[in-house]
Design a protein around this ligand. Sequence first.
Ligand code: NAD
Ligand code: UDX
Length: 480
Amino acid sequence: MVKICCLGAGYVGGPTMAVIALKCPDVEVVVVDITAARINAWNSDVLPIYEPGLDDVVKQCRGRNLFFSTDIEKHIAEADIIFVSVNTPTKTRGLGAGKAADLTYWESAARMIADVAKSDKVVVEKSTVPVKTAEAIEKILTHNSKGINFQILSNPEFLAEGTAIKDLFNPDRVLIGGRETPEGQAAVQKLKAVYAQWVPEDKILTTNLWSAELSKLAANAFLAQRISSVNAISALCEATGANVSEVAYAVGTDSRIGPKFLNASVGFGGSCFQKDILNLVYICECNGLPEVANYWKQVIKINDYQKSRFVNRVVASMFNTVSNKKIAVLGFAFKKDTGDTRETPAIDVCKGLLGDKAKISIYDPQVTEDQIQRDLAMNKFDWDHPLHLQPTSPTAVKQVTVTWDAYEATKDAHGICILTEWDEFKNLDYAKIYNGMQKPAFLFDGRNVVDPEKMREIGFIVYSIGKPLDAWLKDMPAVA
Ligand code: NAD
Ligand code: UDX
């Protein structure tokens, strides 16, 4: 029986290993983590992450060939293949701070593997890492190897949160990079045999190590670039009377461009896009490619512009001040179908509104008050460091309340900001909400969830990203 151990029981390690265990009943999979609370949750009825379909997969194989444990050393020692799926956040201090990937967690994982291993291992980079990381990891492992042979593979993960199980069941591709030596190629085949149990062979791509590492950063940069492109166009739509949905549809029907990932929004969030682009920018700079670095930096600048443009629209339309006004925020997660708030645009929008002294009432179906308060009290880039390293309980932001009900959040509010595209926001009783609000009642739709015309018929003053503006908004221009 092939034994797999995965270091890191997070958003990637947990679902990925659960699906491997489900699809490969002849493989034993143990997921380990330094955070005991996370492992306890994986072993309980309430999993530590919300992901549609995940509960069902875990229930089918936990205790059969899927295990969650804090006994990291034991399971490293026993494994044939070790996945490393630890967090690789942006560095917060020192060389490359604010851009480079912080490989502290990765390096300590590699050192532990070197310390504990007593037999040959295939070590798989699952985390997203800077190109050439495998070389550094190889050095750590071989310099401490005591005669053991380690083969390093790069097997970046392309799942998106909210659709992780669907993506893992039916991936566009699985990418495996390895050394071009006979031992390297044998390791590639060993990992390929695991995925081949459910992924068609023509979707399993094999490349050299550096191509695999760089492809992951490039894929995320390309995806984020599409969003910044459509968001840049959304600003021009608002200035000209064009409708960004119509423009995106017309552009996306060109088969060379394609229709996906062209939804204008308040800005992209999530733990990957910004971090990985900053990482790419840093690598370009380190390789003497400032023009390339600046090109990718622009994707993030437009994203920041989009978030501040949204805040400015809110404040400008409400007579240039939201001081002491209640603003309801519907949706805090970075996208629908997840409780993840890492780098969610809601943080920047809420901080912007709080800066103008608004009182904010937040409702998200999957995000707890504790999480929201922590996010709003935290410094930039601290979010991706594990909870156990974060300040335990930052002082709650007093101007913020969190409820479990959209109607309560909007009661007596002057304005509503829709910041996550949860399906339930499409079907709220907006007439009831309007009746309970202060007048004039404003609705700022950062996700193009509602039909602006219908909302105007109810009586709202509506702002929808990239859509023709209300006369009211034209009279109250917002400068980003
Ligand atoms: P996460 O923070 O949810 O999980 C990482 C886990 O690793 C944490 O639970 C942490 O306690 C644990 N950990 C840290 N050091 C460890 C060690 N030495 N031994 C054992 N466990 C350790 O992060 P994530 O979202 O799962 O992301 C992991 C990696 O995958 C990152 O590099 C990320 O860029 C990449 N990635 C993430 C996504 C995504 O959608 N979240 C998608 C593709 C790739
Ligand atoms: C992303 C990549 O899609 C995935 O392949 C990679 O493995 C991890 O990073 P994720 O961040 O989980 O996945 O979600 P994704 O669906 O890419 O959305 C990222 C952000 O972009 C969200 O805030 C989302 O709302 C936003 N987005 C997405 C848009 O604003 N418009 C779009 O058209 C698509």
